[in-house]
Design a protein around this ligand. Structure first.
Ligand code: CU
Length: 279
């Protein structure tokens, strides 16, 4: 397998006559780590096709993912967007223009890949080889970028069930001590049952929380740390407000990754500073 992948990396032009290429989601890629492996989070993370070729993304993972053109730092480019692809489903896109197309997963922005679309008729072999080397270097640059990004979605920190739609992702906003639960595909009225992790969100002094569904205050049932929140068809955002949200986990927004990394560093420094006097 490794030999095959390195062959792809060394000589992408040899594979350029593929009219259809399949990319799979790395199992477990909803948790950071795959970006540091040789295979990446999309396998293979770089594919080469001719104009008119098709790339098929098969989601063999257990979590839902998106395939969105663009980069996490610059946002979606608008060339293609699968929206959420459920486990076991797939998405495909035909590329009509030559070029290099970066893409990523909106839910798990450490997942990144590249599609190279070559205009085959204009390339001599020599030219194709040189382009291949350029691709390889660009690929290496990309993996360095991956290593710098360790932001996580909070979804795996909570036990959740919902009767309509799926959780797109859970983010934390430390400024107003809010957990943001983004829903996708809630076509019917439903109920979200979420058991809050007290390491991440702290309730108000009386043990209660405050809940907004699509920015409207909502009544809900609370049993211990478990909330039952009803929402109407079409709901997209449930906010759970407490007195404190642990900042280290704060996925403030995927687009402001750099800001998030800086604030984590600052917070870590602050935490150390306050720990020293206690010791
Ligand atoms: Cu994903």
């Amino acid at each position: 397998m490794l030999a095959i992948f390195s062959l792809i990396a060394i000589a992408p032009s040899a594979f350029a006559d593929h009219t259809s290429v399949t990319v799979t989601n790395a199992p477990g890629s909803s948790v950071p780590g795959c970006e540091e492996t040789a295979d990446g989070c999309f396998i293979p993370s770089m594919v080469t096709i001719d104009i008119g070729g098709e790339v098929i993304w098969e989601n063999n993972d257990t979590a839902a993912h998106t395939i969105t053109s663009g980069t996490p730092t610059e946002g979606p480019s608008g060339v293609f967007d699968s929206s959420l692809v459920m486990a076991g489903s797939s998405f495909s896109h035909e590329f009509e223009d030559a070029g290099t197309f970066d893409y990523f997963c909106m839910v798990h922005p450490w997942m990144q890949g590249t599609v190279m679309v070559s205009a085959e008729e204009e390339h001599s072999d020599e030219h194709a080889d040189m382009e291949g080397m350029g691709d390889e270097m660009e690929g290496m640059k990309h993996s360095d970028e991956h290593a710098a990004k360790g932001i996580e979605d909070l979804s795996d920190q909570f036990t959740t069930t919902l009767t309509s739609g799926v959780i797109h992702h859970i983010g934390g906003n430390t400024d107003d001590a809010t957990l943001l639960v983004h829903l996708f595909g809630a076509d019917d009225d439903g109920e979200l049952k979420i058991t809050l992790n007290s390491d991440i969100i702290t309730p108000f002094d009386d043990g209660s929380y405050f809940v907004l569904v699509d920015s409207e205050e909502t009544e809900f049932e609370q049993m211990g740390n478990t909330l039952h929140i009803e929402y109407s068809a079409g709901a997209e955002k449930i906010e759970i407000v407490g007195s404190h949200v642990v900042p280290e986990f704060g996925t403030i927004a995927m687009i402001v990754l750099a800001v998030a990394i800086v604030s984590i560093i600052v917070l870590t420094t602050k935490t150390r500073a306050t720990l020293i006097p206690k010791l």
